[in-house]
Structures are given as structure tokens and as C-alpha cells.
Design a protein around this ligand. Structure first.
Ligand SMILES: [Cu+2]
Length: 128
């Protein structure tokens, strides 16, 4: 009885675990690295932002200069990654499903962007 309960619980949590694992790759990598012994391990070299359900996920990321940020469209409709102000640091083509767009942020600053197809979709990359 007890064993069966545990097994049941495991099955329920497996998809959660997969989702969590996916999130860990994108959002907790810098945090994980921050616990490291030296400054060098503190720098994530790549951060991924998922585009799904008409939103950038996570909507805001904070990275160090030199970080490559990659957006991956996991939606059924096309999206763009476009700076809100000119000159446009970010100006992707329309990304179809599973297309991705990358940019290496070399200069400090706050980079706001949106989707030209769905202007209410907004995101921010903070480089510091
Ligand atoms: Cu869009």
C-alpha cells in the first residue's frame, strides 16, 4: 500500500521534474554558479529565453557582459525579438516554431524588447 502510494506520487511528479529541469537550465544557472568559489564561475556564458503562450519566459533576465542570450520560439505562431528603441540592438527576423535568435550582450545596460507581431509581448535583458 505504502509502496503503491509512493509510485503513484513519482509518476505525477515526473513531468514536473522535467519542467523544473528545463527551467534550471535557463534560470538557475547563474544562481548555481554564484555559489562557486571564484568570480570566474559566476559568469554564465549563455542564457536561454523561451517564447511560449505569447510571452517571453522569463520576461526579465539579468546577465553579465559577454553573455549570449538565445530566444527559442516554442509557440505555434511567429514572433520577433525587437528592441523597443532605436538604434535597435535586437532585431530578429520573424521566428517560426522552433526557430531561435541569439545575441551576445557586450555592453552594460538595460535592453527592452518586444514582439512586432504581438506588441504586448515584452521582455528585458539587464546586462551588469
Ligand atoms: Cu509575438
Amino acid at each position: 500500500m505504502r509502496l503503491r502510494f509512493l509510485t503513484h506520487q513519482f509518476v505525477i511528479c515526473l513531468p514536473c521534474f522535467v519542467l523544473l529541469a528545463g527551467d534550471l537550465v535557463t534560470s538557475t544557472k547563474p544562481t548555481e554558479a554564484a555559489a562557486g568559489p571564484s568570480e570566474a564561475t559566476n559568469e554564465a556564458t549563455e542564457v536561454k529565453i523561451k517564447i511560449a503562450d505569447l510571452a517571453f519566459d522569463p520576461p526579465t533576465v539579468t546577465v553579465r557582459a559577454g553573455t549570449k542570450v538565445t530566444w527559442i520560439n516554442q509557440d505555434e505562431v511567429p514572433h520577433t525579438v525587437t528592441s523597443t528603441t532605436k538604434p535597435r540592438v535586437l532585431e530578429s527576423a520573424a521566428l517560426d516554431t522552433n526557430d531561435s535568435f541569439s545575441h551576445v550582450f557586450k555592453e552594460l545596460g538595460t535592453y527592452k524588447y518586444f514582439c512586432t507581431v504581438h506588441p504586448k509581448m515584452a521582455g528585458t535583458v539587464v546586462v551588469k
